[in-house]
Design a protein. Structure first.
Length: 133
């Protein structure tokens, strides 16, 4: 723990996760101020900002930010699941399920925890509207 506190960029990032509970817009602004030069997996900042927008309703393009994370590493099923959540909340079920299916198709996708959550969602939908399945 002391190690990340000594690193300014890591410390700033960790503070954004606390801040997003009370001020998601400021958390996004603070993440955007973190220099990306030399950061491994800097696309994670885009993912976290997209997820913050999605969960808080702060104005912004969550889909575009999460898509940047997919571009950064297209082999993470959780990124596709998050992108699908954006479409599902935006009443675009076809696009949502395309993203969910892509998460399943990745190597190890069926065993990924996010995919298990998708299966539960699908079963709940099927039980409420079996005529659609």
């Amino acid at each position: 723990l002391d190690r990340w506190k000594a690193d300014a960029a890591t410390s700033a990032l960790m503070q954004t996760f606390v801040l997003e509970r009370t001020n998601p817009k400021q958390a996004i602004e603070q993440r955007n101020s973190i220099p990306r030069t030399g950061l491994a997996n800097a696309y994670m900042l885009d993912l976290w900002n997209g997820d913050t927008i999605l969960q808080s309703g702060v104005e912004g393009d969550a889909a575009a930010l999460i898509a940047l994370a997919v571009r950064g590493n297209p082999y993470v099923g959780g990124f596709y699941k998050d992108l699908g959540d954006v479409y599902r909340q935006g009443f675009a079920p076809e696009e949502a399920w395309l993203c969910f299916d892509l998460a399943r198709l990745l190597p190890g996708g069926e065993q990924a925890p996010v995919v298990e959550g998708l299966a539960k969602l699908e079963h709940a939908l099927e039980s409420r509207a079996s005529e659609l399945f």
